[in-house]
Structures are given as C-alpha cells and as structure tokens.
Design a protein around this ligand. Structure first.
Ligand code: AMP
Length: 606
C-alpha cells in the first residue's frame, strides 16, 4: 500500500511522522534530529540549504537565509504582517505579479509557496531516506485560524514539493488525534498551541473516536519570536546605553542577537539565570571591537514577556466563553508548540484552566503524529475515528453599500449548507454579481475575496421584487460550492470556490518542474559524490595491497603483468575521478570492487 506521511510545517521547525503497523512515529533525519528548522538558504551557486544546514550559516548569509516564512504564506504584499516583516527581516521582500509576496535571494525572486515547498521537499526526502521507499502522499497541518488563501498556498507548496496533499489538517485537531489515538475516552480537551510565530487555542470534545472541535481562536501575530524580540530589544537598548552604538542597521549583528536571544530564552526554561555573550559584535568609532555581555534571569525574562503570556490567557478565556463552557468543564489541557516549554507559560495555563497540562505528549511532535494518523485514516478510508471540524471563519457575500452579509458563521460544524434570499437593487436589473467572501468584518473590504460569479437573465422586474436565493454548501473537506437561483424563473448559476491561489496554474507547474529538476540534480550530485568517494577508498585500499602481493607472489613476468593490469585499473579510477565523469566512475567502480574482492580473498587464503 502507498505510504502517507504527516507533516507539521511549522513557523520555526517542521516535523514529519508516519505509521508503521498501527504505531505512529516521528521520522528522524540522517543526523538523528526529529525536527528540522524551517529555514531555507540559497548559496551563491544556487544550491539550496535547508534546516540545520541553513540555520548554521544564517549569521554569515543573512540576506539569503529565510526563516518564519509561514507568517507570510497566502498573504498579500500590502497586508500588515508583510509590511511589518519587511522592516524586521534581513531578507528582501518584494511585491509579486499577483499582489503576493516574493523574496529575492541572489537576484532571483522566489514565491512564498516555493520556499515552503523547499522545506516540504526536505521533509519528503528525510522520510524517503528513513523509510527506504518513495513517499508521495502527505497530510500537512496548518493553524486552525488560517484563511482559505493560506490553506491553498500551503497546498500549492505541497504540490510544488512533489507531494499529493491528501488533506490540510488543523494543527490542534492533529494534536488531539495524537492524544486520543487508540484510547477510549469522553473528554473535553483544550489544545494550547504556542509556536514560533502563532498562537492557537482550540477546545475539542473527544468521545470514543469522534473528535469535535467546539471552538477555536488564536492570534497570528503572537509566538515565540515575539518573546525573542523582547530580549533583543532589551539587549539593543542596553548596548546603546553602554556604548552609544545602535546595532539595528547591522544585519549580521542583528542575526547574532536574534540567535543569542532565542538561546537565552530556551535555556531559561531549564535554568534560572543565563549569560549572553557576543564578542566582537561591533566596532567603535576608533575601530576598537565592542563586545556584548549580559546576564539575564528567568524572573527578568518573565517580566519582559508577561503581557504576551497574558494575551494568550485572554484568548483562552474568550474560547471557553465561545464554547459556552465553564473553565472547569475542560478535563485536560494539551500543550503544543516549542514555546509551551517555558515554565511561565505552563504555570499560566495551569492557573487559568485549574488543571496541570498533560505532559505525556511531546509538544514538538504531537501535531506531526496526528497528521500521520489522519493520513492513514484517509488512506485506509475505513476508520474508527471521525473528525468533526469547524469553519474557522465566517463565509458570506458582499452586498450593496460595501457591506458583508454573513451566511455561514464562524465555528459552524462542517459539513454545512445554508442559504439566504436576496432581492435586486435596481429596477429591471438583468443580472446579479455574487461576491463570495471570508472573514468576520462588517464591510466587504475587510474580508477576503474567495471568488465571484454572475447570474444572468434574471426576471426583469422593479427593484426589490426579483428574489435570488444564494446557497452555500461547505463539505467536510472545507470545499465550498456557492449557487444562486432566481426563485421565479429557476435560472441558476454556481461555482466551486476553490481558494484563491496567488500563483497562476502556469507558475505552479513551472515551479513543480523546477523542483523536480532540482531534486534530480541533487540526486545526481549525491550519487556522484558517493561513487567518487567509493572509488577513492577502493583505490587506496588496492594501492596499499599491491606491494604485499608483489612480495608474496614473486616477480615472475606473468605476475608482473597481472599486477600491471591491477595498476592500470587503479589509474583509470584516478582518471575518472579527475574527469568527474559519472559513467566512467560507475564502470571503474565495478572493476575496482571485483579486483578488491579478489585481493581480499587472496590475502585471506595466504
Ligand atoms: P514551534 O513553532 O512549535 O517549532 O516552536 C518554536 C518556538 O518554540 C521557537 O520560538 C522556540 O524558540 C521556542 N522554544 C523551543 N524550545 C523552547 C524552550 N525549551 N523554551 C522556550 N521556548 C522554546
């Protein structure tokens, strides 16, 4: 049966998991790491570095190293978050051809789904290397509050990476699946997810294999990186006060500060005091080096970020209220996302929910495990579990005056069908335009356009008399079908609202092809490297065996001829390495292997 993997495509880190004989496990990479930093870098020669390799060189290559790309996915260039990122990111953001965001690295423009695809392709590769087979299918997770364009862009990224994306799954639902998998229970569970860039809270009911999301809420502008920024701001101010030098314009120093701030924050989750040391971070007017050295205590850090943690608690309060529950109705709290390792976060969550969060789920892995579980459920298409999800945002149509008429409200369980009757706004109107929007804003403008269509040839009558019934059908996969019918004539028109993608079909297919070519090129390079190194090892081993063989056999002309043959093969191996020619290398590798094994047999029998 085909294999499916679950991928948690995180703001800061990504993680992949699979199921083997009913047991979900996280997939480690070759170096043994279970999580891969969601960092992508492009080198001057156009090579992609992903994960740890990219993170390690971020300080020396800040303008060509991209992190936190998830914050930008599926957003327009003029959105608030993109404009904020333009100021704070060392890499260059530009407006794309479709009002989307592009990142320039070494002169080439990359779309956001392309960057995310590089991370997904890396996760695919990690899985393929570990499992020893090709992996095509995946379930990818996104925050519950992601709007359709963000989900679509994530799907596009999966496609560019060469993956068949079976489903885009909400992260908290995935975490609850990992928690409830294989257990029989009836519980109300809160999933508190504080990752690198975003905060998400969902309240779910798990009841014997049925997972129902009661409510979800969150903040796209709140995550671990905001905690790091607080430390950075403090360091920048302290440094300025001490040396009168502002490091804000120095991209390399800022990258070092960012790394140091995050490391300090992470260590303060286990120790109560830490030292931040950045030697040679800048130079004074006389060219003398300036060093940054500071002590930070856990208490000081807690003070710096208290309002951020408080903001998450306020959102939890809202979620509990929206779910029409009391805090003590929630049986368990699951913690997801790396930032929940901070003791203050755990304390605040425990205080608010009046229960200690469960510790048996690894916050970095739970979401990927849940995605793998869901993937398997979809693949087997028989399952003991049922996911009942919610629409994370309201859906409706734009109406006269620029207003928004909500048809399906936020948090409605899906699948769902709703309709509303509209009338015409001008006398003898012949057509109506149906503008489908997503969001909670009272005005059309503040919501996101999902699609539009025109219903022509409607009954011509004075304004307000023609009645048009608009239906919204949202299926369990989140696919929306909108239709409009003239109630008098029966004239009807409908569209499937596939979320708007900021990439054209042609762009996506070009990117799929680019990625495929890149992957093939990489595979070629890796094979070339492997064969080169194998040939070189065989050559040294044979060369060191020849004098021993000569001594052992004696110098008859026949033996010398045989030895010369061996040396000729060695020479052709050296020439193939020099020429860097794959075909020759592979051919000579075969001869060398045979010669090597004959020499070994000979050595063993003498
Ligand atoms: P995620 O997006 O779930 O991978 O979470 C990443 C965020 O968690 C980053 O901001 C990390 O700095 C933060 N993080 C990871 N480990 C810890 C830790 N031990 N203590 C505090 N924050 C952490």
């Amino acid at each position: 049966m085909a294999r499916v993997i679950g991928i948690d495509l995180g703001t800061t880190n990504s993680c992949a998991a699979y199921i083997e004989e009913g047991v979900p496990s996280v997939i480690p990479n070759k170096a043994g790491y279970k999580i891969t930093p969601s960092v992508v870098a492009i080198t001057a020669s156009g090579k992609r570095l992903i994960g740890h390799a990219a993170k390690r060189q971020a300080i020396t290559n800040p303008t060509n190293t991209v992190f936190s790309v998830k914050r930008l996915i599926g957003r327009t260039f003029d959105s608030q978050i993109v404009q904020a990122a333009r100021i704070s990111s060392p890499y260059e953001l530009e407006e794309g051809p479709n009002a989307d965001v592009r990142i320039r690295m070494h002169g080439k423009l990359y779309s956001i789904p392309e960057i995310s695809a590089m991370i997904l392709a890396e996760m695919k590769k990690v899985a393929e290397t570990h499992l020893g087979e090709s992996v095509e299918k995946a379930v990818i997770t996104v925050p519950a509050y992601f709007k359709d364009p963000q989900r679509q862009a994530t799907k596009d990224a999966g496609m560019i990476a060469g993956l068949d994306v079976l489903r885009i799954l909400n992260e908290p639902t995935a975490a609850a699946l990992a928690y409830g998998y294989g257990k029989s229970m009836r519980k109300k569970v809160a999933v508190y997810d504080l990752g690198g860039g975003t905060f998400d809270i969902s309240i779910m009911e798990i009841s014997d294999g049925v997972y129902e999301v009661i409510t979800s809420n969150g903040d796209t502008f709140l995550g671990g990186e905001d905690f790091d920024s607080r430390i950075m701001e403090w360091l920048l101010d302290e440094f300025f006060q001490e040396h009168g030098a502002d490091l804000r314009e120095d991209k390399m120093a800022m990258q070092r500060l960012k790394d140091a701030a995050e490391s300090a924050k992470i260590s303060l989750s286990t120790v109560t005091e830490t030292e931040i040391n950045l030697p040679f971070v800048a130079a004074d007017a006389a060219g003398q080096p300036l060093h940054l050295q500071k002590r930070l205590t856990r208490e000081e850090l807690e003070e710096m970020v208290a309002d951020l943690v408080e903001r998450t608690v306020d959102i939890c309060q809202k979620a509990v209220r929206d779910a029409q529950l009391r805090v003590d109705d929630v049986d368990n709290v699951l913690l997801v996302g790396g930032q929940t390792r901070m003791p203050m976060v755990q304390r605040s969550v425990a205080e608010f929910f009046q229960t200690k969060p469960l510790k048996n789920l690894n916050p970095d892995e739970a979401v990927a495990l849940g995605a793998a579980i869901q993937g398997n459920m979809l693949l087997e298409s028989k399952s003991d579990s049922l996911l009942l999800d919610l629409t994370p945002h309201a859906l409706g149509v734009g109406i006269t005056g620029g207003y928004f008429k909500e048809i399906i409200s936020k948090d409605s369980p899906i699948p769902i069908s709703k309709s509303h009757v509209f009338t015409t706004e001008t006398d003898f109107q012949e057509a109506v335009r149906i503008i489908v929007l997503q969001g909670e804003g009272a005005n059309s403008e503040s919501n996101i356009l999902l699609g539009e269509f025109v219903l022509n040839n409607i009954k011509r009558s004075p304004r307000g008399e023609t009645r048009i019934k608009v239906f919204f059908d949202l299926d369990g996969d989140g696919t929306l079908k909108v239709s409009a019918r003239d109630m008098d004539t029966g004239q009807q028109q409908s569209i499937m609202v596939s979320a708007y993608s900021y990439l054209t079909e042609k762009e996506i297919s070009d990117m799929v092809e680019d990625n495929r070519e890149y992957v093939l090129e990489q595979q070629y390079e890796e094979t070339l490297e492997r064969v080169r190194s194998s040939v070189s090892v065989l050559i040294s081993s044979i060369e060191s065996a020849v004098p021993r063989l000569r001594a052992q056999l004696g110098g008859s002309a026949e033996n010398e001829r045989a030895l010369q043959k061996i040396l000729d093969i060695v020479e052709s191996g050296k020439a193939a390495i020099e020429a860097n020619d794959m075909e020759r290398l592979m051919e000579v590798e075969g001869y060398l292997k045979r010669t090597h094994s004959i020499l070994q047999q000979n050595a063993a029998s003498s």
